[in-house]
Design a protein around this ligand. Structure first.
Ligand SMILES: [Ca+2]
Length: 361
């Protein structure tokens, strides 16, 4: 009933993809920085590009009614190009910042308290979704908390203008063209354009789904027949759980646990040897996989009892030797599937634990 597993990417995954693509310089001049004549040329180029978008969308089954409504009004947004160009680095070899300050900002008292309060209010729904999917209640809440601070800010960019601009800009034309067409399909399903707002990069609603992800995994959680991830918390949380099911979340397995490391162990001996085909920089920071029992024998002790001895886990110390350590399961990788950043995934796990228990780790 949940459909086949598919790898879909959240907003930050899009950003990570962008950060990993070397800038060739061929198209590195922002339209926003162009002189006015060049900007006018860009606008005219954009106008003819939107006709290509129309043809492509029509070929993929988008209705003429939606196309007639959208295409003539599309507007090129220089601000979106600026924001796209201003993304933080992440180039190979650049320094990795420390996790501790990020954690202090993102797993803070107010986010924990707010999450705890929403969690307690939503428990009957969350418990039902967890029973159905195996995705822990607090993991749904932590994603919701991280993405939009529990619905506080979901983005106000018009998705169609943003995505058409990014497709035209061209660095990731296929990706953003596909997302543009997915947004048109959402209009065909009856969602008004006024509702289809989000981040500059096209992430929308409480879970910050890209439109293609919405079409694949969004669900109705409150029984009205619509998956309204913009104003229904039950719909948003059920949709997040469905995303996790599709990405391979295993029931009954925690994301990870804190670990203590005996002083004598040289953790560099267990550095990952394989290179991941995606998010290489993220995965290369985890150790090789070992069972919990093997780690224990080596002097790495889980600080909670929720991991089975036979569970395969990696060891991760984001700030290096003699700093906090965690043992991470395959379910941590599912959080990375939502957004391929160790800081993101680790702080989702820590926020989830804090929301469930009411106390920071
Ligand atoms: Ca609904």
């Amino acid at each position: 009933m949940w459909g086949v597993t598919s790898r879909v990417f959240g907003l930050a995954a899009v950003l990570a993809v962008s950060a990993s693509v070397p800038d060739t310089g061929a198209d590195s001049l922002s339209f926003a920085q162009m002189p006015s004549t060049a900007a006018a040329t860009a606008q005219s180029g954009f106008r003819s590009f939107t006709e290509q978008l129309r043809a492509r969308a029509a070929g993929e089954g988008v209705s003429a009614r939606t196309l007639d409504q959208v295409i003539p009004d599309l507007t090129f947004l220089p601000r979106v190009v600026e924001l796209d160009r201003a993304q933080p680095g992440g180039a190979p070899g650049s320094a990795i910042p420390r996790f501790a300050p990020y954690r202090a900002r993102h797993v803070d008292a107010s986010r924990i308290e707010r999450g705890r309060s929403r969690y307690l209010a939503l428990r009957p729904l969350l418990a039902r979704v967890e029973t159905e999917t195996g995705v822990p209640e607090e993991i749904m809440m932590a994603i919701y908390g991280h993405e939009t601070n529990y619905g506080s800010f979901t983005g106000s960019f018009d998705l169609l203008n943003s995505l058409a601009t990014l497709a035209y800009e061209g660095r990731r034309r296929e990706l953003f063209t596909a997302e543009f067409i997915a947004t048109l399909k959402m209009m065909d399903r009856g969602y008004a354009r006024s509702k289809l707002k989000g981040s500059w990069a096209g992430a929308t609603g409480y879970p910050q789904f890209l439109p293609s992800m919405y079409l694949r995994v969004a669900r109705d959680g409150d029984g009205d027949g619509r998956a309204d991830i913009w104003s229904s918390e039950p719909d948003a949380l059920a949709s997040i759980a469905n995303y996790f099911v599709n990405a391979g979340w295993r029931r009954g397995v925690p994301w990870g646990v804190p670990a203590s490391i005996s002083g004598s162990i040289d953790t560099s001996r267990f550095a990952a040897r394989t290179v991941s085909p995606r998010c290489e920089r993220v995965f290369s920071r985890h150790s090789q996989w070992r069972t919990v029992a093997e780690w224990r024998a080596l002097g790495v002790q889980p600080q909670r009892g929720s991991l089975r001895d036979t569970e395969l886990v990696t060891l991760f110390q984001p700030d290096g030797p003699n700093t906090p350590a965690w043992l991470l399961t395959g379910n941590y990788r599912v959080i990375l599937d939502y957004n391929c950043s160790n800081f993101y995934a680790l702080s989702v796990g820590l926020l989830a634990d804090a929301v469930a228990t009411g106390v920071p780790d």
